[in-house]
Design a protein around this ligand. Structure first.
Ligand SMILES: [Zn+2]
Length: 267
């Protein structure tokens, strides 16, 4: 979502919006109020986007599986069979949201009352948090007793960690999925915070490649397929761990597949 947010910011800039259109009638009443304002900021919160206006109004969107942002000039719409749900245009560019399952408008000052936001965890990408801040957040006693394999998929822990990032963060931190934060020393908590920051930022920067950048480049040049060089462990069961040559293992935690190296992640 972080990349989508940057694209929206780039498309609309700080020019006043000439069009704010909602497919849902009950939201369309906001259109007159928002038109003429520029977009103040676009923030991500897990898989949700917060489009903020200077007067304090916020458009909240959550794409679930099918929502998709597309971009065009205002005089023509993309050729798609999808249903348009939200259109934001300046005189030069349109940002168009298709097939989203949840869109809401929050009046100034009401943002904190949105149920999704109330239970949201720390979003490393949009908050710009550094690893000491992440370490402080994950050390909260409320997180101490659950296994990391479960916790990392809980959006109230770290927002925006999808299934592959869970495996990659654990590998990078050298921690087994069954570890609990309450049982870790300070140094392991710091490694976990650092791994979470690094994996999320690298993935946003590279479009989903979490492996060491130099190694990924080298393997790509050697003709490896993207799915084989993309991650440290995710999707690589039965193959050799890049670090120790041991076998990458596959298991299921919290109903989703998880990959790990039991030698490198003995912690
Ligand atoms: Zn290993």
């Amino acid at each position: 979502m972080y990349r989508v947010a940057s694209r929206i910011r780039k498309a609309l800039g700080d020019a006043p919006l000439t069009e704010v259109w909602f497919a849902f009638d009950d939201l369309q009443a906001w259109s007159g109020r928002l038109q003429g304002q520029p977009l103040a900021s676009v923030e991500t919160l897990g898989k949700a986007l917060l489009l903020k206006f200077p007067d304090g109004t916020t458009i909240y969107t959550h794409n679930q599986l099918y929502g998709r942002w597309m971009f065009s000039t205002p005089d023509r719409r993309p050729d798609t069979g999808r249903q348009l749900r939200l259109a934001l245009s300046t005189s030069k560019k349109s940002a168009l949201l298709y097939s989203a399952s949840e869109i809401d408008v929050l009046a100034p000052g009401r943002l904190d009352e949105h149920p999704f936001i109330k239970r949201a965890g720390l979003d490393i990408l949009s908050s710009g948090a550094d690893w000491p801040q992440v370490a402080e957040w994950i050390s909260h006693p409320g997180f101490a007793r659950r296994s990391l394999g479960h916790l990392l998929l809980d959006q109230s822990f770290l927002a925006g960690v999808g299934n592959y990032l869970r495996s990659e963060i654990l590998f990078r931190a050298g921690l087994a999925p069954a570890c609990r934060i309450g049982g870790l020393g300070d140094q392991a908590v710091e490694h976990l915070a650092d791994a979470a920051c690094e994996m999320m930022r690298r993935s946003a920067r590279t479009g989903g490649i979490t492996n060491d950048p130099e190694r990924a480049e080298r393997l790509k040049a050697a003709g490896w397929k993207r799915r084989d060089y993309r991650h440290y462990v995710f999707g690589r069961d039965g193959q050799a761990c890049f670090d120790c040559d041991g076998p990458v293992e596959k298991t299921v935690v919290a109903g989703r597949r998880l990959y790990w190296c039991s030698r490198c992640q003995a912690g």
